[in-house]
Structure formats: C-alpha cells, structure tokens
Design a protein around this ligand. Structure first.
Ligand code: NI
Ligand code: MN
Length: 227
C-alpha cells in the first residue's frame, strides 16, 4: 500500500491495483499549489468523510474526469448522484466489500453540510481492511470513546490517519489518545497548517508522540509513504 499526501486531509491511497482518493481539497489549498496537479490525479474511488468544502471541493471535477465512484454517507452519495457521478451510499456501522478490501463507515464527532447548503448527513470515518492490514481514517472528529469499538470488534488498525490541527478537530494530544483507544502506534497527521485557525508546531506534535513510544508521520505535500 502506498499513501500520497495531497495536503490538508487529502490522500491518494493505492491498494493493489485500485486507487482511492480521500477528501480531495487541492485547487483551493494554497499550500498545495505547485506540488499537486489536480488535473492529473487518478482515482477509482473517492472517499468523502463529510460534506465540508475543505474535504469535497475537487471531488466533482475529479469524479467526472476519472469516472471514479464516490463513497460516502447516504446524503452525500445521493447529492453526487444528482450531479451525474457514480456513488455508493453507506451509513454508520455498515461495511461493504469493495475491490480494494472491506470498508466500514464509522462514527465521527463533527458536523456535515455540503458546499451549497444541502444537508450532508452525519460525518464519519473509514476503516479499510485490506490484504496487508487495517487502515483507519477518522475524518474530522473530536476524540470519542466510540473509537474503542474498533479493537473491540476485531478492527485493530495498523495505521491511522488523524486530524491534529485543533480548533475544528482533535489536537495532537487527543490524536495520541485516540491512537491509544484504537491500540495503534503509527499515525499520519493531517488537517493542520492549512488555515490560520489550525496552525500548529509540528516539532511539538512529533515529540509528543515520541515521548509515548508512538510515531507521528507528517509527510510533505506530494510525498508518498509506502507500507
Ligand atoms: Ni469538517
Ligand atoms: Mn475539515
């Protein structure tokens, strides 16, 4: 599995021969300018955790160009279907086997509305069980005790993608607690530095994890990690 960071909470994940794009917010992200070409991004599936602009902004254009299937909650999937995109609706607690593995849509504590004001359902995260392990993408969320349900139900992640920028989501300290809750020691941080509200000290965040014998990975925009 490879994971390429596209800035903010956007990732391109390659599992086997399938390409997953998560929460694409690229063309309006000043930090991604010159580092990611939105017109060249490939995708078979576009996973959307919730409807906020900073997670869905480029989903429609990439979905139309690539023919990718939007995977999200029922309300968001339906909204993209009305725009002519392929979509697979899910809701909390439900799993489905896709070509890349088994995907479960799980709780997030946040809000969700689509860019035009349409109700965006409830926000969520994704747990992907694939051939080489389990990946948990929490989406924008507060620390929540529900995260403990993952290891309790046999979904102990090998790798987590957590927001660490505070203000709208968990900060890095809560992200470290979340990694305790799900019993995982390797976290990729996201949702930081994009806007003034969520600027953080990356050094402090990395040190905080190190002190707990955990690893916080903060790839550069455009960088690809291999697992
Ligand atoms: Ni959000
Ligand atoms: Mn957000």
């Amino acid at each position: 599995m490879t994971i390429k960071y596209l800035g903010h909470s956007a990732f391109q994940i390659v599992i086997g021969d399938k390409v997953l794009l998560v929460d694409p917010f690229i063309s309006d992200n000043g930090l991604a300018k010159g580092k990611v070409n939105v017109d060249e991004i490939e995708a078979d599936y576009i996973l959307l955790t919730h409807g906020h602009e900073d997670h869905v902004a480029d989903a429609e254009s990439i979905g139309k160009r690539t023919g990718a299937t939007i995977v999200s909650n029922f309300e968001i999937a339906s909204w993209y279907e009305t725009k002519g995109l392929k979509a697979h609706p899910m809701n909390h607690g439900g799993s489905k086997v896709f070509e890349f593995g088994k995907l479960k849509y799980v709780q997030a504590v946040h809000s969700s509305v689509l860019p035009d004001g349409t109700y965006g359902g409830n926000p969520g995260g994704f747990v992907i069980s694939h051939d080489n392990g389990i990946l948990y993408i929490s989406g924008d969320t507060a620390l929540t005790y529900d995260m403990k349900l993952l290891p309790m139900s046999g979904l102990k992640p090998d790798l987590c993608i957590f927001p660490i920028g505070d203000n709208f989501t968990m900060d890095y300290a809560d992200a470290a607690r979340a990694s305790d809750f799900v019993e995982c020691n390797t976290v990729i941080g996201c949702h930081y530095d994009t806007f003034g509200y969520i600027e953080i000290s990356k050094d402090e965040a990395v040190k905080h994890f190190e002190e707990r014998n955990k690893t916080l990975l903060l790839p550069k925009i455009g960088e690809t990690l291999t697992f």
